[in-house]
Structure formats: structure tokens, C-alpha cells
Design a protein around this ligand. Structure first.
Ligand code: SF4
Ligand code: MG
Length: 331
């Protein structure tokens, strides 16, 4: 993903003139490795879902490129996009809203096959049964309707539909957020099993940092339309470098009671600014506990400061300057 940008124009007045733009996603660059789970975290409204949808071309991005296996998905015409669609799919947050209540489960799962493959009816039925087995649904239920299933089962239906065309890459947009806590682990385990068995690559969008810690190989943190930090999972959780990541993690309870007893939650002042009117300089400068004068003037670049660790914060430059000074002194 390079410079991915998704701005929504704001129109006003009788002439509906453009008066501004909501910068929902503002110039993201990052890689997702084949076979990995990249977690994408941040508070609601920070642009996570829009990022997922722009990558899959459910929205047409304002700018930027998204290369999947050498093809720039962001610039495909509609016919080419149709051909590329099978390899990239989405699992939605609310299984209830994404399943047509008037279609049987069998025909919901078969829908992508009808649209994108030349399978005949018998072949589709065989494939639907295979998919139901793969997600742990009783195949005898193919003729039932979505309302006859529990939330967890409905999400399994959504997963089966997403798998129908053998995708390589799946955006999971808060796939368990709407489910009972008791069901969440089952669906997460299913997603992990499917990834291992089918060699899937996931972009896993969530505001649940504990869940992402369990699932992701690497984690990207978003704030107000930008990625502020991206790092391997353990490095991010044990040694966050961006002040926003620090604040997010400080709010997560720790299992170890000794550590938990000394956990200091960092409370951020103020609200998230509107993405239609982000602050000058660093997007986080209105709330950052470590803000410096330069932060109000210059937007920090998203830079790989250590191998595999990307941070957008002026503190990192200071740290680098300081370590260069130390090295020079030692010489
Ligand atoms: Fe805080 Fe400045 Fe870093 Fe932004 S650049 S996160 S305001 S220290
Ligand atoms: Mg969302």
C-alpha cells in the first residue's frame, strides 16, 4: 500500500459547492506480508474501516496504489476489477446486516460462485457443502434462513461466503466485535485455523488491543487518518514508541496482578479533532502529553527508525540526534 488516500468531499449551499474534504485516510504506506496477519488498531472513527474498504476497492481511493501480487488494484477498470475480485474478500463486522434475510444460507454462500465462476448448480452445491464443513456449520442447514442462526453461526456463514472463491487476502473488519464474548474465541480460532490451512493473508481491523495481541504478527496503529506506528507485535506491546500507542496500551488491563497493580493509565485530554479539519503539524499535537513546539508546525514523517519499526513522531528524531551525539562523544 503506497500513499493510500481517501478523502470525501463536503458540499454545502444550494449549489452544493465543495467546501472541504474529510481526510478519512491520509497517505498511508505500509506492506502486508504474504501469510501474515497485520492488525490495524485505533479508536472508532480513525479511518480503519475506510482503509480496509479502499484497499479492496469497495471505495475508489482518492490517490495511492495497492499492489496485490504485482497488480495495482487501485487503478483497475471495472472489468479487470471483477476479474481480480475473487482473490480479495472482506469479512464484515455485523453478520446480521451483511446477510440477505430472504436468501437461504446455501444461496448466500453460493452467491460469489454464481457471480464469478462458471460452476453449474451441482458443482456449486458441492462447493457450498465443502465450505460449510470448513467453517463448522452443519451442511443440513443450507436450506435455512439467516434469522434461524445465532450471531456466531451467522459470522461463520459470512466467513464461508468470503472463502467461496479461494481468496488469498481477506480484510477482517471487526469480525467479532458484534458477538458475545463467549463466542468470540471460537470465531477467532476458526479464522486462525483457516489461515493456516489455506495460506490466507489477513488485515485484521479491531479496536480490541488484547485480541490483536493474540492474533497479529505485526500491528499498525491509526490516529486521525494516519498510521502513527507499525511494528512487530511483541515490540509494539512491550516497547511502544509513539505517545498515542503508549496511551492506548496504558488503558489495557494486564493479566499479571503485580504489573497490573502498578499500571498507570495515560488519560488523553480533549477529543479527537475532526478529520475535516485536522490540526497543523502532527495530527496528535492537540492531545499529546509529550508535545513540543515543532509538533505544531511540522507533520512528522512515517519513518523506519529501527528495522521493521515505523514511527511518525518528532521524538524519534530527537532520540536519534541524541544517540548520534552520544556516539560522537564516545569517539
Ligand atoms: Fe506528540 Fe509531537 Fe510526537 Fe506528535 S510529533 S506524537 S505531538 S511528540
Ligand atoms: Mg469501523
Amino acid at each position: 500500500v503506497r500513499d493510500l488516500t481517501m478523502h470525501f468531499d463536503i458540499h454545502a449551499g444550494i449549489l452544493r459547492r465543495k467546501v472541504g474534504a474529510v481526510k478519512a485516510v491520509d497517505g498511508l504506506s505500509f506492506d502486508i506480508m504474504q501469510g501474515e496477519t497485520l492488525g490495524l488498531v485505533g479508536e472508532s472513527g480513525c479511518g480503519k474501516s475506510t482503509t480496509g474498504r479502499a484497499i479492496l476497492r469497495l471505495y475508489d481511493p482518492t490517490a495511492g496504489s495497492v499492489r496485490i501480487g504485482g497488480v495495482d488494484v487501485a487503478s483497475l477498470g471495472s472489468a479487470e476489477l471483477r476479474r481480480a475480485r475473487p482473490q480479495m474478500q472482506m469479512i464484515f463486522q455485523d453478520p446480521q446486516a451483511s446477510l440477505n434475510p430472504r436468501m437461504t444460507v446455501g444461496s448466500i454462500i453460493a452467491e460469489p460462485l454464481r457471480e464469478h465462476s462458471d460452476m453449474d448448480r451441482d458443482a456449486r452445491d458441492v462447493r457450498v457443502r465443502e465450505l460449510m464443513d470448513a467453517v463448522g456449520l452443519n451442511r443440513a442447514f443450507a436450506s435455512r434462513y439467516p434469522h434461524e442462526f445465532s450471531g456466531g453461526q451467522r459470522q461463520r456463514i459470512g466467513i464461508a461466503r468470503a472463502l467461496a472463491l479461494n481468496p488469498r487476502f481477506i480484510v477482517c473488519d471487526e469480525p467479532i466485535a458484534a458477538l458475545d464474548v463467549s463466542i468470540q474465541a471460537q470465531v477467532v480460532n476458526l479464522l486462525e485455523d483457516l489461515q493456516r490451512d489455506l495460506g490466507l493473508t489477513y488485515l485484521f481491523i479491531s479496536h480490541d488491543l488484547s485480541m490483536v495481541r493474540h492474533l497479529a504478527n505485526r500491528v499498525a496503529v491509526m490516529y486521525l487518518g494516519k498510521i502513527v506506528e507499525l511494528a512487530p507485535r511483541d515490540a509494539l506491546y512491550s516497547d511502544p514508541r509513539h505517545p498515542y500507542t503508549e496511551a492506548l496500551l496504558s488503558a489495557v488491563p494486564v493479566a499479571d496482578p503485580v504489573v497490573e497493580a502498578t499500571r498507570q493509565q495515560i488519560i488523553l485530554e480533549g477529543d479527537v479533532p475532526s478529520p475535516a479539519n485536522p490540526p497543523k503539524g502532527c495530527n496528535f499535537c492537540t492531545r499529546c502529553p509529550k508535545v513540543m513546539p515543532v509538533c505544531h508546525e511540522v507533520s512528522p514523517a512515517f519513518v523506519e527508525h529501527m528495522p521493521g519499526r515505523f514511527v511518525a513522531c518528532h521524538l524519534m528524531d530527537e532520540e536519534q540526534d541524541a544517540s548520534i551525539l552520544r556516539e560522537n562523544k564516545n569517539d
